[in-house]
Design a binder for this molecule. Structure first.
Ligand SMILES: Cc1cc2nc3c(=O)[nH]c(=O)nc-3n(C[C@H](O)[C@H](O)[C@H](O)COP(=O)(O)O)c2cc1C
Length: 191
């Protein structure tokens, strides 16, 4: 059974920690919607959980960032298949401060930094991106790769969190937490 005494944050932290140790355990499907409410979804990598929420990084000008600018509200789903767990979070998003984004970028492998610098996410490919990344690397030599202005980060601040645990008899366990002012309220739902 999912421990609903532990509170949503403690449970969230445990599932994200345990999920992060299994294959694909940082992949999260991120759903956004445009100004007309047309939805779109894609996988992004969860890069951290802090006291306020879940952080991910992406490229400004992409479809998702345009949609987030129009509607800063998202839903995410993580499926930890080997643990038979599903985690759903809904909430508002806030942009991460530039210093935090740059600090994260500095921890990325150099090849990832170079790719992020030459790829305008979502734009038609122009020229040979691999050659452009190599040329930039050669130009920089031993110097650090500057964090591109288009590289941005977001925090999802949960307003609702649902924990689902699979069971052989199909009577899966499902607990949803919804924020109600300064409190969180839980309910165990039929699966
Ligand atoms: C396993 C996996 C991890 C990914 N991680 C990220 C990520 O952290 N940030 C990102 O911008 N795109 C990531 N992508 C690519 C996105 O799924 C997507 O193709 C890209 O962000 C463009 O989405 P958009 O056009 O809806 O903005 C990842 C894809 C996969 C399959």
């Amino acid at each position: 059974m999912i421990d609903d005494d532990a509170g949503p944050w403690s449970q969230l932290r445990t599932w994200i920690d345990e999920g992060g140790a299994v294959r694909g355990g940082t992949d999260m499907v991120l759903a956004t919607a445009d100004a007309e409410g047309v939805p779109s979804a894609r996988v992004v990598s969860l890069r951290g959980l802090d006291d306020r929420g879940l952080r991910f990084y992406t490229h400004d000008g992409s479809r998702k960032t345009r949609e987030l600018a129009a509607r800063p509200r998202v839903a995410i789903v993580m499926h930890f298949a080997s643990l038979r767990r599903q985690l759903r979070v809904e909430g508002d998003v806030e942009g991460l401060p530039r210093a935090e984004v740059e600090a994260y970028f500095a921890t990325r492998p150099r090849a990832a930094q170079l790719s992020a610098s030459v790829s305008r996410q979502g734009q038609p490919v122009s020229g040979d991106l691999r050659a452009q990344a190599e040329a930039l690397g050669a130009r920089l030599g031993a110097a650090p790769v500057p964090c591109p202005d288009e590289f941005v980060g977001f925090r999802i601040v949960p307003a609702a969190i649902e924990f689902w645990r699979g069971s052989d008899d199909r009577l899966h366990d499902r607990v949803v937490w919804v924020q109600d002012g300064s409190k969180w309220r839980s309910a165990r739902l039929c699966p």
